[in-house]
Design a protein around this ligand. Structure first.
Ligand code: SF4
Length: 88
């Protein structure tokens, strides 16, 4: 069994809790508007990829450096808990 299983579970739990918080915010405020996007802190945005996941591979990414739901600026190499991989 890998040594970092507990760490992975904690990370997964934190990500899950973050997504619940994001979903609650979006549901309570309605559809995210261009001028009313989620703050970086709320979605734990970081400017570096996480486990191979990054903004440029996310369904919410808007090239060259914007996001449909998170406040600008973001980086194509960034990541947040709302990450949802593009299909296909
Ligand atoms: S990972 Fe987060 S900030 Fe990046 S494009 Fe997806 S939803 Fe937006």
């Amino acid at each position: 069994m890998p040594e970092n299983t507990n760490s992975n579970r904690r990370d997964l739990l934190k990500t899950g809790l973050g997504l619940v918080a994001v979903a609650g915010t979006v549901l309570s405020t309605g559809k995210a508007k261009a001028d009313d996007k989620l703050a970086h802190e709320l979605v734990q945005y970081q400017e570096t990829p996480k486990d191979g996941a990054q903004c440029s591979k996310c369904a919410q990414f808007q090239a060259p450096a914007a996001c449909a739901i998170v406040a600008s600026p973001i980086a194509a190499t960034g990541w947040c808990v709302a990450y949802a991989p593009k299909e296909g």
